[in-house]
Design a protein around this ligand. Structure first.
Ligand code: NAD
Ligand code: SF4
Length: 441
């Protein structure tokens, strides 16, 4: 049984409202934190080993310690709720069912960072959630946990919710800041990182929803206790949104010591693959991370079991491993066609490219066109090599990680499933009537 820190009260009726949340011990972590110094809280977060839950896994305590503190310049906390990575819907769950957990985490974090005005930037498609968050903010304010002189400490904090317009790129932290400033969401060059020059050029910490929610249990049980959960540098618990060919899609909280096999097949989590189908592949961390075939997904290159944590999923590097990413776990059964799947992703990245860099703007479109050709049975063998060449020219040559995110799925698909691409070229007449999975497994 996995330990629950974030979702332990998610099943309680009315937990979305302040009164019920408070009855369950809500805001006691905030009360405790406000009696500590910001330095003490920062130390707890560092000791906890918490890594950013948005996808990059950057240590949260380290990011907070990078925050510049020039005299007289306001600082900001911005929560990145622009959860748009295909396959990822864990932050939506948190905000919809446990909005006060996020608000409490924001209060503690804002106090630590010295942010008197903090923001939640939420993706446009989550159209019903801003009302839930705004209601929770009003409730917290009425109870004295937000606003002026919170709990008599002299600390003031306001939280505002900003709706995005539905662009994937606005989840990239600097594009998000541009959008929050009222401009087109074009990513900025880094460095400078937002911790030095962020919102309106002020020092800003941008953190994912789940990262900020995790601050509550860290303060509650202490950073040292939090660090004991999990394994190695994968401390604490992680939310995984599971989807695709599984019996029980949904959001699960895991403690990162379970194996991938257990996660897919146990009844506590995904409950196996429908109709007894075989596992073909999986994308374990949202669409931007490399696809992994079943044999490498269930064990590492050394034959060890593969675990649901940052290190084990990345074991073997990009050649064989993948990444924990945002925890968007997408399962493909034996009937699925990898070429079709990769084409769908390429279309997505092409559509979402902001267009600032040539390799991304042009390359994503070319990759989509070539993949479409191959999928329709109109491709040539040289197209597979061309595709490989294009993705290599995108990777590492763009302003923001969207370029890499578009290149990696193509690279991994060709690396692990080249036979499938070749089948499409060799069997043009079959491409339109049956997909590769159905025809070959
Ligand atoms: P990144 O590695 O560039 O940065 C991670 C964080 O650390 C950023 O906040 C950055 O500002 C900070 N940082 C790194 N070095 C720093 C330094 N020297 N000084 C100060 N701060 C520093 O990654 P990223 O661009 O933030 O995120 C990429 C990831 O986002 C991808 O791996 C992908 O998994 C994920 N992603 C998630 C979603 C989603 O919906 N959750 C969508 C798209 C992508
Ligand atoms: Fe825009 Fe793509 Fe360049 Fe990112 S990589 S800045 S999305 S063109």
């Amino acid at each position: 049984m996995s330990k629950k820190l974030l979702l332990k009260d998610a099943h309680i009726e009315g937990i979305r409202y302040f009164e019920t949340y408070r009855k369950q011990g809500g805001y006691t972590a905030a009360e405790k934190a406000l009696k500590m110094t910001p330095e003490e809280i920062l130390e707890e977060v560092k000791v906890s080993g918490l890594r950013g839950r948005g996808g990059a896994g950057f240590p949260t305590g380290m990011k907070w310690s990078f925050l510049a503190k020039p005299e007289g310049v306001p600082r900001h906390l911005v929560v990145n709720a622009d959860e748009s990575e295909p396959g990822t819907f864990k932050d939506r769950y948190l905000m919809e069912f446990l909005p006060h957990l996020l608000i409490e985490g924001m209060l503690i974090s804002s106090y630590t960072l010295g942010s008197n005005v903090s923001y939640i930037y939420i993706r446009g498609e989550y159209s019903w959630i801003p009302d839930i968050l705004e209601e929770a903010i009003e409730e917290a304010k009425a109870a004295g946990f937000l606003g002026k002189n919170i709990l008599g400490t002299g600390f003031d904090c306001e939280i505002y919710v900003q709706r995005g317009g539905g662009a994937y790129i606005c989840g990239e932290e600097t594009a998000l800041l541009e959008s929050l400033e009222g401009k087109r969401g074009n990513p900025r060059l880094k460095p400078p990182f937002p911790a030095v020059k962020g919102l309106w050029e002020r020092p800003t910490v941008v953190n994912n929803v789940e990262s900020i929610a995790a601050i509550v249990p860290i303060i509650d049980i202490t950073g040292a206790e939090y660090a004991k959960i999990g394994v190695g540098r994968s401390t604490g618990t992680k939310l995984i949104s599971a989807c695709g060919n599984i019996n029980k899609p949904g959001v699960y909280e895991i403690d990162m010591t379970i194996t991938v096999e257990e996660f897919i097949y146990s009844d506590e989590y995904c409950g196996g693959i429908p109709n007894g189908k075989k596992l073909k592949a999986c994308i374990p961390g949202g669409s931007s991370v490399p696809i992994v075939p079943a044999n490498l997904l269930l064990k590492t290159v050394n034959g060890e079991p593969r675990y649901m944590n940052y290190e084990s999923l990345a074991d073997g590097g990009f050649a064989t491993g993948t990444m924990m990413g945002s925890g968007g776990f997408i399962v493909l059964d034996e009937d699925q066609c990898v070429v079709e799947h990769t084409m769908t992703l390429a279309r997505f990245y092409h559509h979402e490219s902001c267009g600032q860099c040539t390799p991304c703007r042009e390359g994503t479109g070319w990759m989509h066109k070539i993949l479409k050709k191959i999928e329709k049975g109109e491709g040539k063998m040289e197209d597979i090599d061309l595709l490989w060449d294009i993705q290599r020219k995108i990777e590492g040559n763009t302003i923001c990680p969207l370029g890499d995110a578009a290149a990696w799925p193509v690279a991994a698909a060709i690396r692990h499933f080249r036979d499938e691409f070749e089948w499409h070229v060799k069997n043009p007449e079959l491409c339109l009537t049956q997909n590769y999975g159905l025809a070959n497994y």
